[in-house]
Write a protein that binds this ligand. Structure first.
Ligand SMILES: Cc1ncc(COP(=O)(O)O)c(C=O)c1O
Length: 445
């Protein structure tokens, strides 16, 4: 593979089309496929499809391949573990990988206090565990969540998910007791206020209109939030937001749960995104990039909070040996290759380049992000800020057809989340393509 896109046939090519037909006949239609990219192999920041087309990967398998596809150290760690043993149920017995990974996660996650870690298999399981733990520890039943949040699709986490009606439609009743409040989406403030004159009214609102009116703090276990909303549109709250939220939680005796399934493991240039706000949550949820594509999740809590007894929560495969080996290697690679620095460096470059581009382009409404978690929100025009949903979709499809695999999030936001290994040359190659496509779509009106 070269470092740049290389298209040999207009995608989807004949082999891809054949597989799509088979997929349609036998695979659940519930998946939300963005476009018909059928992957054959991948290496670092490039993905090759079954017809031989090569794309620069701005998705990183949806924020999972932070160290790049098939990093040799990760692959070796998995192979070595394969030769030793594949499974022995961490629920019922012991092995070192789980213990070492728990120690490392305690070290790299926010909070100078003692921690303990629960292992599951997916992001949604990390959130389920956090919710159950908060209930167990506090003996309370109510929660506060956020509008536009995404926390997963099993019934507990789905009770917090609120970014698209299709995720919840016909699945009620969900877990009772979750009050959803507006998130700090300053570009489209739900209260129609402006930052900073608003003085964080969205925090006072939770106090005055939720805790003081209908969710008595004595019955609220926790506030569950994404430090940067992912599926909801790569939305970044302003600088003092989480300090104020944590203060409100502390004053009312509520736990804080940071869902870092998408934003964690270096994605934003810190191990966990909440560090940008200098806040130490009681519970942090991690998954996606943790084992570079192998299934694992971690619910990391202060040891004070993680006080549940044997048998209260477990999972046969949670923390399986292959995923633990991969995750330990991922953490080493991020350290050795200084990928947090690279995420910050390349992320700042993208933000600057796209902000300047956006000033000249009529449909770029907002460019935001931290590290390599960057959103570009498209609008019909900058005055009305009407979301350009169809245009964003068109930019996504055409970018892919020109060799950059990119997807959308929120209502009309392009999400840029390449591997943290990406270098300037490849970035520029991809951004040239995406900018050309945005210009083209903007001109078409
Ligand atoms: C913030 C966040 N939480 C939870 C999840 C659910 O993760 P999974 O699909 O592994 O269950 C996601 C998935 O996108 C996510 O972005």
């Amino acid at each position: 593979m070269s470092a740049f896109p290389h298209l040999v046939v207009s995608p989807p090519g004949p082999k891809a089309r054949e597989l799509l037909k088979r997929d349609e006949r036998s695979v659940s239609p519930s998946y939300s496929r963005f476009y018909p990219l059928v992957v054959e192999s991948a290496k670092d920041c490039l993905v090759k499809d079954v017809d031989g087309n090569e794309y620069i990967d701005f998705n990183a398998g949806i924020a999972c391949l932070n160290v790049g596809h098939n990093h040799p150290k990760v692959v070796n760690a998995i192979k070595n573990q394969c030769d030793r043993f594949l499974h022995y149920s961490n629920t019922d017995f012991y092995y070192e990988g789980v213990i070492s990974l728990a120690e490392k996660l305690a070290e790299i996650s926010p909070g100078g206090f003692e921690k303990k870690v629960y292992f599951g298999n997916s992001g949604t399981e990390a959130v389920e565990a956090a919710v159950k733990l908060a209930k167990w520890h506090t003996r309370k039943q109510l929660f506060i969540g956020f509008i536009s949040a995404f926390h997963g699709r099993t019934i507990g986490s789905l009770s917090f998910t609120a970014s698209k009606p299709t995720q919840r439609r016909h699945f009620f009743p969900l877990m009772p007791g979750v009050a959803h409040v507006p998130y700090a989406y300053c570009y489209r403030c739900p209260f129609k206020l402006n930052y900073p004159e608003c003085d964080y009214w969205c925090i006072d609102f939770i106090d005055e209109f939720v805790l003081q009116k209908y969710a008595p703090p004595e019955d609220v276990a926790a506030i569950v939030f994404e430090p940067i909303q992912g599926e909801g549109g790569y939305v970044v709250p302003p600088p003092d937001y989480f300090r104020r939220l944590k203060k409100l939680a502390d004053q009312n005796g509520l736990l804080t749960v940071a869902d870092e399934v998408q934003s964690g493991i270096g994605r934003t240039g810190k191990w966990f995104a909440i560090e940008h706000w200098n806040v130490e949550p009681d519970i942090v949820c991690s998954a996606k990039a943790l084992a570079s594509g192998l299934p694992i999740s971690a619910t990391i809590a202060s040891a004070r909070v993680m006080d549940w007894p044997g048998g209260s929560h477990a999972s046969t495969f949670g923390g399986n040996p292959l995923s633990c080996a991969a995750a330990l290697a991922v953490i080493d690679v991020i350290r050795e290759e200084k990928l947090l620095d690279n995420a910050n460096k390349q992320g700042s470059y993208i933000l600057k380049r796209l902000s300047e581009f956006g000033e000249q382009n009529p449909i770029v409404g907002d460019v935001r992000g931290k590290g390599l978690m960057i959103g570009v929100e498209l609008v019909e025009d900058k005055e009305s800020k009407k979301p350009a949903t169809e245009k964003a979709r068109e930019v996504m499809i055409r970018s892919w057809k020109h060799g950059v695999a990119i997807v959308t999030c929120g209502v009309s936001t392009l999400r840029l989340a390449p591997p943290l290994t990406i270098q300037r040359g490849q970035l520029d190659g991809a951004l040239d393509i995406v900018e050309d496509v945005v210009n083209e779509v903007a001109k078409e009106g």
